[in-house]
Design a protein around this ligand. Structure first.
Ligand SMILES: [Mn+2]
Length: 389
């Protein structure tokens, strides 16, 4: 992998008149293609790890709100682990907030379990993490299962170990990495098997979602699609990728439009209080507002569930790296964990309100939350602009 600096997209000349979609998105040199040999060697290591866990019990962990990429990856991890008689439970913690994702889980017959207080996880020997930056569980357990596998495509943060570790920043989706494993393993997808067709479809949907329908895809994503294509259930894919926007998401977008503040190419919009189940509306509002003429970066935030200031950032800017940018703006909590982070073109942050969440004056609480976020961000934009001048 080339050093990070070399992978930063270069700034090109005239692009003022172009809409975000017309602008060149990625001008970094293409990553070196993975040879079949390399892919085979990697799968071998994965299968070795699974062999070491043969007959054991595995917790496959989805952190954050389950999305198509994490769901597809988790099902693929289960598919591979089952070949080694490993008993698997796919566990998620945050509500599946997006109605499309709820429909996805239902139509895939995916058997995901949501964590509940008091759930006994002590009998699990191992944990697998998919599509997440760190292997920390969002809950405290008396006994933490050993991390067997860790597969992701976000920025590498390091500082932890796993029996099998595969992080590829040059993959548009974790689902693509799993498709590569399937293609190069003896436990790949089988034509005409309904369960395998559902897995292929889940992975394809994960790739399409995370790469904005291949607009931001890397070579590995196209290779994965070429492999998955032959096993797809196209009717199912059509059903699960049907785009619809709920009435409440429309309301969030409307609030975003009403409250937007634009500084240069940056758009910031606070949308007030948002219910937990509507949380994804914040990200969808950011997607929508990014299309505003002249805007290269959109950040939408609100107070979710009365407990946490939650925000989503979307950017097509060549100079903003969402991960670094959000980490710089919001810093870390007392335990050193960053409030925000992201990957190439998107990111997010969550700042718990703690005791302040119990404040009965909602208006005052929102005013404080909004003011804090706005001040931090406008300050950062000022610094960025000064650096550019
Ligand atoms: Mn992903």
């Amino acid at each position: 992998m080339p050093p990070l600096a070399a992978r930063k997209p270069a700034v090109t000349g005239e692009h003022v008149a172009l809409t975000p979609l017309e602008r060149p998105l990625e001008l970094s040199p293409p990553p070196a293609a993975v040879s079949p040999h390399e892919a085979g060697a990697r799968v071998e290591q994965l299968l070795e790890a699974l062999e070491a866990a043969r007959g054991g019990r595995l917790l496959i962990v989805i952190k954050g709100h389950p999305d198509p990429d994490s769901i597809g990856s988790a099902i693929a991890q289960r598919h591979l682990a089952r070949a080694y008689d490993i008993e698997c439970t796919i566990l998620f913690f945050d509500e599946i907030s997006h109605p499309e994702n709820r429909a996805l889980v239902k139509s895939l017959d995916a058997d995901l379990r949501q964590f509940r207080e008091g759930m006994d996880l002590s009998s699990y020997d191992f944990a697998s993490f998919v599509d997440t930056q760190t292997p920390h569980l969002p809950v405290r357990l008396p006994q933490v299962p050993q991390t067997l596998t860790f597969v992701d495509h976000h920025k590498i943060v390091g500082g932890f170990e796993a029996r099998f570790l595969d992080i590829r920043e040059d993959a548009g989706a974790t689902s693509s990495i799993y498709a590569e494993y399937l293609e190069h393993s003896p436990f790949g997808l089988r034509p005409g098997v309904a369960e395998d067709a559902r897995l292929a479809t889940a992975l394809m949907h994960g790739i399409r979602t995370d790469t904005d329908n291949f607009l931001l895809a890397y070579p590995i994503d196209y290779r994965a699609a070429a492999y998955l294509r032959q096993f797809l259930d196209t009717d199912l894919l059509r059903i699960i990728s049907k785009q619809s926007v709920t009435a409440r998401t429309m309301e969030i977008i409307q609030k975003g439009l009403n409250n937007k503040q634009i500084r240069g190419t940056f758009l910031l919009a606070g949308v007030g209080f948002v219910r937990e189940e509507d949380r994804d509306g914040i990200g969808q509002a950011a997607d929508f507002l990014l299309r505003h003429e002249g805007v290269e970066t959109a950040l939408v935030f609100g107070i979710v569930n009365g407990e946490v200031v939650d925000g989503s950032l979307r950017t097509v800017s060549h100079t903003i790296d969402p991960d670094t940018w959000l980490k710089t703006v919001f810093g870390t909590d007392a335990t050193g964990r960053h409030y925000g982070g992201g990957r190439r073109n998107k990111g997010g942050f969550r700042i718990p309100l703690g005791l302040f969440g119990r404040c009965r004056d909602r208006e005052a609480l929102w005013a404080i939350g909004r003011r804090t976020v706005e001040d931090l961000i406008f300050e950062k934009i000022g610094v960025d602009q000064a650096a550019e001048d």
